[in-house]
Design a protein around this ligand. Structure first.
Ligand code: PRP
Ligand code: URA
Length: 211
């Protein structure tokens, strides 16, 4: 684990909500709400270094200088399907954010990613892209999505997931050493079906009720 390059978001609210999401008794409605809430909290943490600039404003009391975001453009790219569950929470925090979509599913036999959709803002090369997917298992889907975004011109990307396997973190570290990974947890391992242990099961199925 020592060799992994990964940033753990250990905020107590994030950790508490993740525990609720892991529990097998948690149904679709609660899972969906928790994923939205946790995504907002994680986005709050990962955007703490966004640059600020001073602007002149007037309060009801006096004129003053005050801080605003310096206009750096941010973009959000959920990896379909499960990444969709992370969009609303982040949009609440950054309402003007532009959103691209990358569709990837993991072939259940080979565990290899299959790309089926890609629609992106035209100026992704000027944006800091936050790529989101709740699960980083073998890392195949995320690595393919990140390669695709780079091919399309993206230069500044961070990857945000909820639960990662050490194997997935290692795969992204090797294929994309320039990309920072943020997660709420690095779990123990992958099982023989490529599921994260203990993980939370199939995120897309739990989110959309397709179990
Ligand atoms: C899940 C998950 C990731 C991928 C992770 O998607 O949301 O995209 O698996 O696995 P990997 O790291 O081994 O590639 P899935 O393929 O189940 O598709 P879905 O989101 O449409 O359910
Ligand atoms: N995809 C999921 O949704 N869960 C896992 O544990 C692994 C891949």
């Amino acid at each position: 684990m020592q060799d992994l390059k990964v940033n753990i978001i250990d905020h107590p609210l994030v950790q508490h909500k993740l525990t609720l999401m892991r529990m097998k008794e948690t149904g679709t409605k609660d899972f969906r709400e928790l994923l939205e809430e946790i995504s907002m909290l994680m986005a709050y943490e990962i955007t703490r270094d966004l640059p600020l600039t001073d602007t002149d404003i007037s309060t009801p009391v006096s004129a003053c200088k005050s801080k605003v975001l310096d206009g750096k453009k941010v973009g959000l790219v959920p990896i379909l399907r499960a990444g969709l569950g992370m969009v609303d929470g982040i949009v609440k925090l950054i309402p003007p954010i532009k959103i691209g979509h990358v569709g990837m599913y993991r072939d259940p036999k080979t565990l290899k990613p299959v790309e089926y959709y890609c629609k992106l803002p035209t100026d992704i090369n000027e944006r800091m892209l936050i790529v989101v997917d709740p699960m980083l298992a073998t890392g195949g889907s995320a690595a393919a999505a990140l390669s695709l975004l780079k091919e399309k011109g993206a230069k500044n990307i961070i990857f945000l997931c909820l639960v990662a396997a050490p194997e997935g973190v290692r795969a992204i570290n090797e294929a994309h050493p320039d990309i920072k990974i943020y997660t709420a947890s690095v779990d123990e391992k992958l099982n023989e079906h490529g599921y994260i242990v203990p993980g939370l099961g199939d995120a897309g199925d739990r989110l959309f009720g397709t179990l």
